[in-house]
Design a protein around this ligand. Sequence first.
Ligand code: HEC
Length: 157
Amino acid sequence: MRLLLAAILALTVLPVRGDEVPFAQPAPSLDQHRQSYTVALSDAMELTQLRHIKLWLAGNAKNWPLANYELTQLKDTFDKAAVLYLNIPLEYIASVEKPLGTLADAVAAKDSVQFRRGFMALQTACNECHKAADVGFVVIQTPTVSVFPDEKFAPVR
Ligand code: HEC
């Protein structure tokens, strides 16, 4: 029984890797131990997706402090992925940097028009990288509804 439990635990701790996805191989410089604790790129992408949605909901509601926060979180996830997943060609990392910069400027200037422009450009960068990584079927679009009923996106007055 204890053995079975250990086996199940070992299996759940094993990282899930998209071995067939060329960009999703962790950096070979990480030793086995660190590799097993490295977040899978697909899991980092799920976080990216949530923050991408929140960024839209906040910016669309002109809640600039929250938009700024989500933007920082989003950047952070990309930076980590770039360090851990060295197979991702630099050009695709660079292609998200520009829209992220536009978005940062828009948020600082509280400029809704520029925010929308930056958001569309970011979306294009998401999808371009997905195509290049053989996961072009993961298509990112502007969120249509909030999936966060427990969080307020309108600015706090
Ligand atoms: C530099 C490349 C790159 C960029 C930029 C990128 N992605 Fe990804 N994304 C990937 C790769 C590679 C996968 C597949 C990972 C795997 O299956 O191991 C992926 C998968 C995903 C998935 C599917 C995860 C799942 O488990 O269902 C989502 C959702 C996603 N990305 C969202 C986004 C969003 C939103 C953006 C932009 C804000 C974005 N991605 C930008 C490379 C990228």
